[in-house]
Each structure stands twice: as C-alpha cells, then as structure tokens.
Design a protein around this ligand. Structure first.
Ligand SMILES: NC(=O)c1ccc[n+]([C@@H]2O[C@H](COP(=O)([O-])OP(=O)(O)OC[C@H]3O[C@@H](n4cnc5c(N)ncnc54)[C@H](O)[C@@H]3O)[C@@H](O)[C@H]2O)c1
Length: 252
C-alpha cells in the first residue's frame, strides 16, 4: 500500500473529488481526517468508510476561518503526533459575470478558495516542519491555466492557488515538505452537476480529447501519486488532469 502509516487531512472531503480522494487514501493504507462544513455528509462518509475496516475521522472546519485550522491541526497532532499529507480541495464555484459580481461574492470566493488554501498550508506546515517531511496538495483547476466564461472570481482564486503553491514549495523545501497543485478539468461532481447539462455539457465534452467528463476517482488517482513517496522528487509542480483540454487548439 502506497500510503501506509501516513496521516492525511483532506479539506472539502465530505463529497466530490475530496471524498473520492479520502476513499482511495484509505485503500492505500492512510489514516484520513475529513474536514468540511458539511457535517452530516462528512460523518456519514466516515461511518461508511469505517465499516469497511479503515481508520477515518471527521472534523468540522470552515477553511476560511483561521481558528478552525488552529483547532483541527491541534486535534490531529495531539491525536496522531504528526500530519504527513494535506489535501486542500475545499472550494466554491459561483457562475457569475464580472458585471454581476459584487464585492461580497468576490471576497467569499477568495476567502474560501485562496485564503483557505493559505491557512491550511500555513498551519499544517507548522506541524510538518517539526517532522522534516510532508506532502501538501492544493487544488487549483484548469481555470488557473486558461480562462472560462462567467467565473472571474473563481479563476482569479485558482490562479492565486497555483502560484501560492509554488511559493510554498520554495519556502518549505528545506523542511522536506513538498507542495504541488492539482488542476482538474471538467469533472462530474455536485459542484458541476447543474452546470454541465444540455448544450454546456456537449460543449465541455467536445473540448476534451477523451470525449467525456472526468470521474472524481480519476483525479484522486493523481493525488495519491503526489501524496506518496513515489513523488519524492516532485515539488512546485502542476499536475493537470483534464482529458487534454489545455493541450490543444484545434483537431480538424
Ligand atoms: N468539478 C470540477 O469540474 C472541477 C474542475 C476543476 C477544479 N475543481 C476543483 O476541485 C476541488 C473539488 O471540487 P468538487 O468538484 O469535488 O466540488 P464539490 O462542491 O463537490 O466539493 C467541494 C467540497 O468543499 C466543501 N467546502 C466548500 N466550502 C467550504 C468551506 N468554507 N470550508 C470547508 N469545506 C468547504 C464542500 O462542502 C464540499 O464538500 C475544488 O477545489 C474545485 O475548485 C473541480
């Protein structure tokens, strides 16, 4: 098993790509703490996973709240004495034009997607630094590489995550901590289920080389690699898992 004896914290792990990552991490032998604002869904997932004989926990955490990160990292380091892996998946994706984006919406997106990633990295790295090892995986998006429609705040927040990740890789390298970003393409989750329908779904599928959306597990498999010791020389990089969306201009 590729994550045996490792302790992982996954923000936004109650559903979607975070939940698929939690499940796969368990299969690979990790002890997983799922942190999310969705308490019922997170606890249910933990119960379901633990019935399969694995070791998962739930903690309620709003990624934009500094005190929540302080509490969560204290709980995990008191309980397990270490944190080997942090996966920051929590995010929101409001579909809205620039003209309709008010300051509250802009700040909310930046606070959850960008500030949340900064806070998680800062507090978990403070634990990892003592152990001189760790892997932090931040969720950007292909939206950090190319722009999409009606998502300027989201796109800006993911651009921030992309470069923040590289800055963190530089700062924490001497502590043996690797920091990388994952950039999913169009993935079938609750975040996108009301967006990728009808003509929009057809458009998105056409924009891939695979002709379909990704399933969350296909993103999670890349996260396992970055979290594992197999990625011991991988830091400061971007893992784009997008069915080819960002790789081509035209095919005909
Ligand atoms: N689905 C896609 O097509 C797609 C594409 C590119 C990037 N991504 C990125 O992948 C990651 C996972 O997305 P997903 O599709 O699984 O989304 P999702 O909406 O299904 O899951 C996101 C999770 O984050 C949690 N969350 C939201 N705000 C939070 C907060 N303030 N504090 C704690 N938890 C919070 C939600 O409760 C939810 O469990 C996100 O960072 C997203 O931006 C997704």
């Amino acid at each position: 098993m590729r994550l045996e004896n490792k302790v992982a914290l996954i923000s936004g792990g109650a559903r979607g790509i975070g939940a698929a990552t939690a499940e796969l991490f368990c299969k690979e032998g990790a002890t997983v703490v799922i942190a999310d604002i969705l308490e019922d869904q997170g606890k249910k997932l933990v119960n379901d996973l633990n019935q399969q004989g694995v070791n998962t926990f739930f903690t309620k955490l709003d990624v934009s709240a500094e005190a929540d990160w302080q509490q969560a990292t204290k709980f995990i380091s008191d309980t397990f004495k270490k944190i080997d892996i942090l996966v920051n998946t929590a995010a929101i994706y409001p579909r809205i034009s620039i003209d309709d984006t008010d300051v509250e919406t802009w700040d909310r997106v930046m606070n959850i997607n960008a500030r949340g990633t900064f806070l998680g990295t800062k507090y978990v790295a403070s634990v990892m630094k003592k152990a001189l090892t760790g892997s932090i995986i931040n969720f950007a998006s292909i939206g950090a590489n190319i722009a999409g429609s009606n998502s300027s705040a989201y796109t800006a927040s993911k651009g921030a995550v992309r470069l923040f990740t590289k800055a963190a890789a530089v700062e924490y390298a001497s502590f043996g901590i690797r920091v990388n970003s994952v950039h999913p393409g169009y993935t079938a989750t609750d975040m996108t289920k009301d967006i990728f329908v009808g003509e929009v779904l057809k458009d998105r599928e056409k924009n891939t080389l695979t002709g379909r959306l990704a399933q969350p597990i296909e993103i999670a498999q890349g996260v396992v690699f970055l979290a594992s010791d197999e990625a011991s020389y991988v830091t400061g990089t971007e893992l784009i898992i997008d069915g080819g969306v960002t790789s081509f201009g035209s095919r005909a």
